[in-house]
Write a protein that binds this ligand. Structure first.
Ligand SMILES: [Zn+2]
Ligand SMILES: [Zn+2]
Length: 342
């Protein structure tokens, strides 16, 4: 089969590799759509990801498709079933799994290999995080399950409630999904980001207003002017830069909550004004990844048509074209997400 293999920094190649075998408990999926993702682009620029992918390896982790082969001891699935799988599954047995914090599982099993014609889903993901895609949902929209589950998880961890004002920093795919997630909870969402097209996408996701942070307007004053001078009830950072983390903290009202959602480069630190944290009684938190519950919630929202997939999936490409497209996407000036069709 054809597959895009990551060999190292900015080095992804289309190759012919064997169709993966199907072992006990496993299911092989013929991929119908895979989506490019910011994490993949980060990995492409860096050449590896200690936890998620060690090259050489087939790249990509957001996909949906049709069951092609079923291993021994798998019940409840048929060849031809339309499915989507999460890119990980927790063990279900460790301290964190027991505590209901499965995203922190001590043995989270990751799956890569979506930029290919076929992928074999390991036994644990078949058991915990393989879901049926309804006929009414397209494969490319279904493939949004994983990033949307991260956003659903992030919004829930932030404690967003109906009627609150939520400021979201970042209008990339995750910032936009977080915006949508907060809108669906009934919040009034303000998005701060870059590039007119992405700010327009933020409004399409239901944000009431979007600020171009490159315009010279002070983000804090802009948010205060829209919150009776107080600041936002909840703030979510979806950029992943220490400087923006600090900005996010500055946008929250006294008593507010700030979710520092975007992962920063390893080893970086931020400075927090102790007076603000103490006297303004701020809550700062981080959130990471998704859980089997939010994976199911994400699929439900997509199936109900409550997340406009077309706002994010702006281009389509063949697998063969992907190695040439990745450098452009990695520069950040391309479409939000591209659907790759093997
Ligand atoms: Zn992703
Ligand atoms: Zn675990």
């Amino acid at each position: 089969m054809r597959a895009v293999v990551l060999h190292g920094q900015e080095d992804a190649r289309l190759e012919h590799v064997p169709v993966p075998p199907v072992g006990r408990g496993e299911i092989r999926v013929r991929i119908q759509a895979a989506l490019t993702c910011g994490t993949d682009l980060k990995v492409f620029r860096r050449g590896y990801h200690a936890r998620m992918i060690v090259p050489p390896a087939i790249f990509g982790h957001e996909f949906a498709g049709v069951i092609d082969a079923i291993g021994a001891d798998v019940a409840g699935w048929q060849p031809g079933d339309r499915v989507v799988a999460a890119n990980s599954a927790p063990c279900g047995q460790c301290f964190y799994c027991d505590a209901g914090r499965e995203e922190l599982c001590e043995d989270l099993l990751f799956l890569n290999g979506a930029y290919a014609e076929y992928i074999t889903v390991p036994e644990r993901i078949v058991r915990r995080n393989l879901l049926r895609v309804p006929e009414t949902l397209s494969f490319e929209a279904a493939a949004l399950v994983e990033p949307l589950a991260c956003a659903v998880h992030g919004v829930a961890e932030t404690g967003v409630r109906t009627g609150e004002t939520v400021a979201i920093l970042g209008a990339g795919p995750l910032g936009l999904l977080l915006a949508r997630g907060a809108v669906l909870v009934g919040a009034r969402v303000l998005v701060l980001g870059r590039r007119a097209a992405r700010l327009q996408a933020a409004r399409a996701m239901g944000a009431v207003e979007a600020l171009d942070v490159g315009s010279g307007v002070d983000p804090r004053e802009w948010v205060q002017a829209r919150t009776g001078g107080r600041g936002a009830d909840r703030v979510i950072e979806a950029v992943g830069q220490p400087r923006v983390w600090e900005q996010a903290i500055a946008l929250a009202r006294p008593g507010g909550t700030v979710n520092l959602f975007g992962g920063c480069p390893a080893g970086t630190t931020v400075t927090v004004d102790t007076g603000r944290l103490h006297y303004d009684a701020l809550t700062l938190l981080g959130s990471f990844h998704h859980t089997p519950r939010t994976i199911r919630e994400a699929l439900r929202l997509l199936a109900e048509g409550r997340v406009p997939a077309a706002v994010l999936i702006q281009e389509r490409t063949a697998l063969d074209e992907l190695p040439d497209l990745l450098p452009r996407l990695a520069r950040g000036d391309g479409p939000l997400k591209v659907a790759v069709r093997p």
